[in-house]
Design a protein around this ligand. Structure first.
Ligand code: ZN
Length: 222
């Protein structure tokens, strides 16, 4: 399936499909629910561009590889190169603000973690990153004063408040840019709040960023 970034209200976006740079353990209550210890520095990982899909229509998940968990995250679309950047440059490079699912094969991730191996197969598979349409940053305002929610079959599962991020968005972009150049068309995921859980075919997912943005999709078996 061909993925292309989209802005809300049907505004086309000509930024290319890039990589997805992610942070783990960026909300204290999620660190606790995973039985993990808070990290001294942000825990970074990357999903390839082939993981991207629209958060719309149908989301196809693997059903023969153990539990596939949802993690609902604030997503930033990068519009300008960032390398060893400062907060002002980071702010100016944000081209869009949306929501994404960091889909995670949790059973496989546990095995890989125990073996001391990289997580890529658990988090980087095709379709592992459904993303919503993006809002222009001017419509969003203060990035550290946002709330987002995920409902699964009408049941509230996740409620994130960006004020409680351990590493705030602009600091996170600066930190990432010291390790990986962020390029136009890349997406940054900012971590999941607590409440992660397994998906099943037939599920209906609705994610909302306050009253600004709504993404909705059904889950099917791949
Ligand atoms: Zn995540």
């Amino acid at each position: 399936m061909i993925y292309q970034h989209r802005f809300t209200a049907g505004t086309p976006c000509d930024l290319p499909r890039g990589k997805v740079v992610c942070v783990g353990l960026n909300y204290a209550a999620h660190v606790a629910e995973m039985g993990s210890q808070p990290a001294a520095e942000p825990v970074l990982f990357i999903k390839p561009g082939t993981a991207l899909r629209p958060f719309a229509g149908e989301i196809a998940i693997p059903v023969d590889r153990g539990e596939c968990h949802f993690e609902t995250e604030l997503a930033l679309l990068i519009g300008a190169p960032l390398r060893h950047c400062d907060a002002t440059q980071a702010r100016a490079a944000i081209a869009g603000v949306g929501l994404a699912l960091d889909l995670t094969l949790r059973d496989l991730q546990k095995k890989l973690k125990q073996a001391g191996h990289p997580w890529e197969r658990a988090k980087g598979f095709d379709g592992a990153c459904p993303v919503s349409e993006f809002l222009a940053p001017a419509r969003v305002g203060d990035l550290q004063n946002l709330e987002f929610r995920l409902h699964q079959n009408g049941v509230p599962r996740q409620h994130g408040r960006t004020a409680t991020m351990l590493t705030p968005v602009l600091d996170l972009l600066c930190y990432m840019s010291r390790w990986f150049t962020l390029e136009p068309g890349d997406i940054v995921l900012t971590g999941t709040p607590e409440g992660v859980g397994p998906l099943a075919p037939g599920d209906r997912l609705v994610a909302e960023l306050g009253a600004l943005l709504r993404a909705e999709a059904g889950v099917v078996a791949r």
